[in-house]
Design a protein around this ligand. Sequence first.
Ligand code: ZN
Length: 397
Amino acid sequence: MALAAGPEKQVGKLVITNIGLMLSGKLEAPLLDADTVVAEGGKIVALGKQADCDTGEARTRIDAHGCALAPGLIDSHVHPVFGDWTPRQSQLGWIDSFLHGGVTTMVSAGEVHLPGRPRDVVGLKALAITAQRSFSSFRPGGVKLHAGAPVLEKGMVESDFAELAAAGVTLLGEVGLGSVKAGYEAKEMVAWARKFGIQSTIHTGGPSVPGSGYIDADTVLEADADIIGHINGGHTALPLSQIRCLCEGCRRAIEIVHNGNELAALTAFRYARELDQMSRVILGTDSPAGSGVQPLGILRMIALLAALGDAPAEIAFACATGNTARLRKLDAGIIEPGRAADFVLMDRAQHSAGTDLLDSVRKGDLPGIGMVIIDGVVRCGRSRNTPPAERVPEILA
Ligand SMILES: [Zn+2]
């Protein structure tokens, strides 16, 4: 199948029928009683039982052949540079590879790997605006990458945040990766960012690579960023007692990443559940990083949390989709009319010990992806990266 590249929009109506299982992306009602989805203009317009949906005059008709459909996965924490290239591991095509792991949206936590990254205020603003512009109009494989996330450096003043916001910047890079590391300094800048509608994420735990910093729980709480970035470290985690303080001491998003400490990941997940605050849990890869890039990283996090975190698989999927969409203010991540028609179609991997898709994920296996759709456009068929799915959808017309 030819790959559609770039941000082109859906033409005509898309109808997907024979969906064996529909995951909503919503924690409170993770499974939908529906077998058909209809999209038009890149948005979901209807879902339900086939007989109840207007499926006529479809330009693209897909028979899901019993596969599961979920919202496209969202990676809450990536470090892009420019294009589909990362200097971190000298790798090309990493974003397109994530598409084959079911990821349809990514959020930048800072373009920190740019060789010679500017650290002066004018330079860091220019970089953020350029990255925002670049990834707004360049979408490898169709993946939506929200980028342009400046890293806080000493010397920034309130008007810098106003200027960034006016220029279209909506995110801060991880607080702590630049020269602003003290809680009181970060708190002031995070508040300025928030005042102008810019969302913030803070690095949590030990330094990721030489040159990055150590941020403890007290600093995270004082800075009060919107997202507790990689609460399980990236990779070095805080003591579990401090992770508990973060879960109990604020209501900010609890971001768990692949490039982190797995014991800390499972512990944070358990704390969130004990506190009945699963709605705060979002997932990311924190890649590219020293650990490489992980095209299947979000799927692996879902399987980890379902299998060892003892959560229903559909809840783990909701953490990777609807939760992230709500906390990141994205129009994707949930299967409901009006949302972006971003879908991943999956089935149990061939030879999995699980009896069906959800059971296989609960047993720690990765699903097989059979198709990924972004904005109502088919972006790939059978994934080149996941284990092969037992069944795959078919484009009928
Ligand atoms: Zn970090």
